[in-house]
Each structure stands twice: as C-alpha cells, then as structure tokens.
Ligand binder design. Sequence first.
Ligand SMILES: [Zn+2]
Length: 656
Amino acid sequence: MKKSFNSPILKILLAVFIALTISCSLFKNKNEKWGYPITPVSFTDVTLTDTFWSKRIATNRDVTIPYGFKKCEEEGRMRNFERAGGLLEGDYEGKMPFDDSDVYKIIEGASYSLRTNPDKKLESYIDSIIEKIAAAQEEDGYLCTWKTINPDTAPAWWVKPGPRWFNLGANHELYNAGHIYEAAYAHFLATGKRNFLDIALKNADLIAAVFGPGKKMQPPGHQIIETGLVKLYLATGNRKYLELAKFFLDQRGNAAGHELYGAYSQDHIPVVDQDEAVGHAVRAMYMYAGMADIAALMQDSLYLNAVDKIWDNVVTKKIYLTGGVGARHDGEAFGDNYELPNLTAYNETCAAIGNIYWNQRMFLLHGDSKYIDVLERTLYNGMISGVSLDGESFFYPNCLASDGKYAFNQGALTRQPWFDCSCCPSNVIRFMPSVPNYIFAHRGQSLYVNLFIACSANIQLDKGKVAISQETNYPWDGNIVIHVDPKSRKQFTLRVRIPGWAMNQPLPGDLYRFAENDTEKVTLTVNGKHANIKMDQGYAVIDRKWEKGDVVRLSLPMPIRRVLANEKVKDDSNKVALIRGPLTFCAEGVDNDGKVLDRIIPDDAQFTIESRPDLLHGITGIKVLYPGGKSDLIEIPYYAWSHRGPGEMTVWIARK
Ligand SMILES: [Zn+2]
C-alpha cells in the first residue's frame, strides 16, 4: 500500500485532486466571464457626497485631465500619432519609447470621468485624438509611433532601433499596446462607441498572430499588456485574449523562448515559482495584478499560490507605512527584505497605483479585509501624495524623509509640473476617477462595505436591489452611519470592514505594530441596538432581514497611535511614526521652525488633534506635546506635505 502510494502517477493524481478541490471551493460562486468570486460595485453606481474624494476627483476632472492633454499636445505626443499616420512630416518627438502610453492613460481617465460627468466637448476632443491614433495604426494593426515614424532611430540610448518586436525587453511596444487596451476598454464602457476598441482589437489580433506557442515567445519587458488583454476578453468574451495574457506571463522565467531579462523585469524564474517581490516595482505590481486575474478567470491554483506568497512577502518585509513600495532609486526597484530607507525611498506613484489594483484583485479573490487595509493605507497616503492639491504638480518618487537637499523627485526637491518620463502624472489621471470603485462589493447575498466615504449607491444582489448610503466625515473622524434601504424586506448579509488600524494592526503582517495596544472598542449598532459583532475575515457580519430605513452606526475610535517598525528595519530603529485612522502623518519643517530631522517624540509625549480647515485644503493635524513644556511638534497628513516649499520632512522620528 505504502509502496503504491509513493508511485509518481498517484502523487500527480493526488496533487491534481487537491488543486481542483481548493480551486473548486474558492471559485464556487464565480460569475460567467468575470471569474472572480466577488464583484466590485462599479463607480458608476456610486455617487459620492463626501468632501475629501469628491474634491480630488473634481480637481482631476477640471484641472489635471485638461492639463495632461495640453502637455501631450505641447510636447509632441499627439503630433507623433499624426506623423506615424502620414498626416504630418518630421521625426518622433519625445525622450521615451512609451510616450504614446501617456496619451492612452489620459484618455482612460477622461473616459472614466465622462461616465460620471458627461461632457460633449471632452468626448469629441477624445474622438479627435482617436482619429489620429487610427491614422497611426498600420494596415495590419501594428501601433507604436516611434517605430512607425522611423525604426532606424530610437528615442533613448537604452532603446535599440530595429525591426518590429526587436529588443522587446526595453522597446516597450507591448507596453504601449497594453495601455491601448486598458484605455480602449474604458472608452468603450464610457461611451458605448467602438472607435477605440476596434483599434485595440485589431492590434491585439496582430499580437496574437505573432506571439504564442510555436511563434514568437518573448514576454514584454514591462508588464501591463496582461491586464489589458484580460479587459479585451471581458469586453468581447473572446478567450484568445485571456490565453494570450497567460502566455505572456508563462514566458517569464522560461529560458526556452528567449534570453531572460532577469529579476529587474521579474523574468528570472517562472512566475508560478516566484515568492518574493523583486525588481522594478511598477512592473511587479502590474504583473501581480495580471497573475491574480489569471488565478481568478482561469481558476489557476498555481498562479493563486504564487500571488499569495508574493503578497505575504510584500506586507511582511517590503512595504512602507504609507503603502508605498519599491525602496530603491536604482532600478526603481524593490530592495532586499526589510530594506526600507526613508530619505532615499523610491515609492513611485505608479507603484502605489499598481498596489491598489493588485490588492483590490486579491480581495476579490479571497474576500479578506486585510487586502483592503493595504489598499486603503496606500490610497490615502502613498498614492495621493503623488499629486498636488491643485492637481498640477507631481511626485514621481514618494520618500518618507527629506533633508531639503537631496533632490529626490527626478532632480527636484518638491513636486514637478511634468517629467520627461511622465508615467506618474498620466497614471494619477487614469486612476483618480475610479476611486468610488473600491467602496462596495458583493457576492451572492453578501454586500461588502470596504471603504468609508460619504456616498449613495444602488447595488444589485442576487435577490434584488438594495439602496445603501454612507454619512461620514472620514478620514477625519471614524463615525459612519450606513443607511440600508432594500426595495422590500429582504434577508441578506452586510459585511462591514473593521479596519486593521482599529483592531491593533497598522498594516497586515508584523512589519509594523502599535507601541501600545489599549485601544477604545469599536462599536456597531443596528437601529440603535448594540449588535453582537460576529467577525469573519476582518468584517463585522450582520445577517438579518433588512427593511427600508434600517440604520447601522459604526464607530471606529481614532486616537493618535504610535507605530513602531520591526527591529529588522534598520532605518526605523528606535523611531516612532504617528498614524490616525487611515492617515499616516509626518512632521514638516515649515510647521516646526525649519527643523524636523533632529526632533524626538519621547514615549511619554502627549498628543492633541487640531482641526485646520484653513490649511492645505482643510486638514486635521497633530500637536505633539512634550513633557516639561518644550516647544511642541506639529504633524500633518503625509499626503499634504511639500505644498509650502522644499525643506525637511520626516515620517519616522527618534524616540530618544
Ligand atoms: Zn510612474
């Protein structure tokens, strides 16, 4: 018996059986094409009534989108499409082989914006750009302007001239293509028009004809085509695009098809064997998001197992307290485990956005609130820090300390109006309109409340529609009133996220901990009566027959909390950081006589909060009161720093 159990065939059968059992239980409730067990409630079904995000999204719509288009006009990105289409003479303008992608990303953001704020003028302007893009597309579907204009010259020293698909590790042809698909999908959803989608499909059909088993085997150097192809699959139902996405992922680390690009491009070992986040952080984030898509849509347990392991590595060893990822300027890359320097932290804005995309997908796969804990911390800190409050200047890296001398932001000490490589501004533009996408989700008869943002929504559950709304002044205050209004009396489960920060965990994992754990209790009432909170996967689960007018009140106490880092993080050793609710705080020189790097927050310091509606578009700051009456220290939310000139700033402050 023992002998036969050891036979290799039986072992394989057993492994297949276990894998199938795991994936069957995980994917039990999947929708047809969607594939994820949980479905997010589209931002188009959610109306924001808050002041925090509404303002940011309005600034993105009214300022940053037109500004981004203007920059693309001024710097020749639009003219590149005209030249490639034979509408204009001249050479490729621009310093990057992926300048086309900025235009696509701004169209994506503008399209999402059109969906909630119809604007005929903007829509016809986008159509005029799509006409230029159509002209630039070659007869067989190829679309990459620098190649079409003149394949014998390259826009940057690290890009090699040559025929199509040559030097794919650096040339970004497939990266540009991925952003065409992401943008065309958004434009199709927003307008119902196929003018951009047809361009994308024609391009994807060409790529599917050129790449695949027995054809060209190289993966792109920079990921994004994977999630883009998944979107084309969602738009059309054509599995060819989904399979091509998996093909590109499967080629990574596969030396049989190409000379490996190395860890920088996550191309050192097969993706299903990867268990540590390495290399260029934006590439990594997009890849992990793509892997989650394959895990869900193709029910691939090997992919699932790999993204789970990589996620554990990131949250236990490689994430900043702002949600930022990618410690090193060199290679825009992840550092070693626990390598989290503050002054030289890279934390590209694009990587923060990718981290949000990835963690949303991880939540949709697993239904655990820990993914939303990461998403929320990134959203409120390391992501929105990337754009100024007025919407016209940007951080590329998002450091956690500044000495006012080290020009961390691509040679500058503060946010910049634009960059030669403007991936971050265009990524902010494409991301911002979709923030309401992350508030609610549903699965069968369960309705998830993930983020706390004043809003109203109509949500389709399996057995009918439910109107739901939130009243709250979050992130400044942790009182949330949720109105639940089903059309008729209805049994369903409300799953209200209880954030990790309210339950003694600043972020999932043991990278960060609170200095003290004596928190006030979270309370939750239903129609004024204290509810017995049954917790499951980080959610307060309320299963009852809901009626019109039911009210859930959630109180998340928001004291100022002192956070300590794992001892293995050398740069945070003997230091403390302050957080309050989802916000991470920092001290900035301008509030503190110019100097913050040599300040201390002793363990017996007291804190008060200070509401400052007049400052930085309205913030609540922290005053650190020193024992013995020495001068106080002021801290502000991290996202709001660097609006009053360059100078010192720090998140982590010495305890002694
Ligand atoms: Zn970027």
